[in-house]
Design a binder for this molecule. Sequence first.
Ligand SMILES: Nc1ncnc2c1ncn2[C@@H]1O[C@H](COP(=O)(O)OP(=O)(O)OP(=O)(O)O)[C@@H](O)[C@H]1O
Ligand SMILES: [Mg+2]
Length: 246
Amino acid sequence: MNARLPDTAMAPGQPSLQAVRLSKSFLSGHVRVQVLQGLSIALYPGELSLISGPSGCGKSTLLSLLSGLQSPDEGQAMALGEDLGRMSARALEHFRLRHTGFVFQGFNLFPALTALEQVQLPLGYMGFKRAETLRRAQRALDEVGLTQRSAMRPAELSGGERQRVAIARAMAKEPQLLFADEPTSALDAESGQRVIDILHRAARAHGTTVLCVSHDPRLVRHADRVLGMEDGVIRNDWRQNQVTPE
Ligand SMILES: Nc1ncnc2c1ncn2[C@@H]1O[C@H](COP(=O)(O)OP(=O)(O)OP(=O)(O)O)[C@@H](O)[C@H]1O
Ligand SMILES: [Mg+2]
């Protein structure tokens, strides 16, 4: 795999992520539960967009459709101008590896690896040479304030530090799309705040499209855009005017 492929080209002003009348249902016993009901949204680079809504309303499902982890029953999930539903399994896997980063509530770290190794691992899969994986991993750990913890394993790190390793791992790929599902819910106030600031900086400094799903009211204040989801559709959508030069 060539790690130096150019980023997917997109016309300015175009959404980097788009749900077009997405529908998704699941079979629960004999009952079909309609989770998404023709949901449409368009998200843009350089913004931290937050999806909030009651438990079970379909937030994680929407994230998995927009990142190509699951496919919709109807409608289209578009990412960086490409229809994920039209890609082969191999192309989708490559797309996800190359262009997307993920942060989950449960951190998903490997117990045996040091912080540095956790961050280097996906970079190796992407085809970067070892020296480059080291350079990128060190820079990402520095960005999340964990340079001093590089040699530690998850058991030696606090919850907030583990989440920052997970964010560094996602950001070291320099993905155009960063997905975060409840990234702060397992964290105390201070660690949660730090994680929010880092996600926000990723959007601002790197032009990343950050899509975050959360109940956390602290995140609302820091999002550029807040989308309220209920009963499988977006009920409200507002932007906050807080763009300040850095
Ligand atoms: N793979 C699956 N099989 C069956 N039902 C599913 C599956 N995934 C999700 N669901 C159902 O779809 C609905 C929405 O789930 P989803 O995880 O998207 O909600 P959520 O908004 O992320 O909730 P929470 O805030 O609790 O994380 C729930 O009723 C859930 O039980
Ligand atoms: Mg969820």
